[in-house]
Design a protein around this ligand. Structure first.
Ligand code: HEC
Length: 92
């Protein structure tokens, strides 16, 4: 009875590969450059400083400089979008 084992195995592979695809470039960029000084708690604290999308974009740009990361504008924008959709929810 090899079949059930194969089905389980292919299911596990499917879940595994979806996991990899779910790691968007923005999430990866954020993970690589943005987690050394602060975690996501600065985005979600009740008195977080960022109050709008344009301000968020500016802050992400400022923090890439602090992080010494050389990101393209579209990368800065994609991480700002990522933070917006995961934490700030400005563009509901
Ligand atoms: C060199 C340290 C450092 C790194 C690296 C860093 N940050 Fe920051 N970040 C800060 C500091 C300091 C603050 C201000 C915290 C405060 O106001 O208490 C901040 C605040 C922020 C805020 C505003 C939080 C709020 O109050 O709403 C955002 C958004 C942010 N960072 C995004 C990023 C992103 C995106 C990256 C990756 C490019 C990043 N940070 C990497 C130091 C850093």
């Amino acid at each position: 009875m090899l079949k059930p084992a194969l089905i389980v195995l292919s299911g596990a592979i499917a879940i595994f590969s979806t996991g990899i695809q779910a790691a968007t470039p923005a999430a990866k960029l954020h993970q690589q450059s943005c987690t050394s000084c602060h975690g996501s708690e600065v985005y979600t604290r009740p008195n977080h400083r960022i109050q709008g999308k344009p301000q968020l974009l500016k802050q992400v740009r400022r923090c890439t400089m602090a992080a010494g990361a050389k990101w393209f504008d579209d990368e800065i924008k994609s991480v700002a979008d990522y933070l917006d959709s995961h934490y700030y929810h400005f563009s509901k």
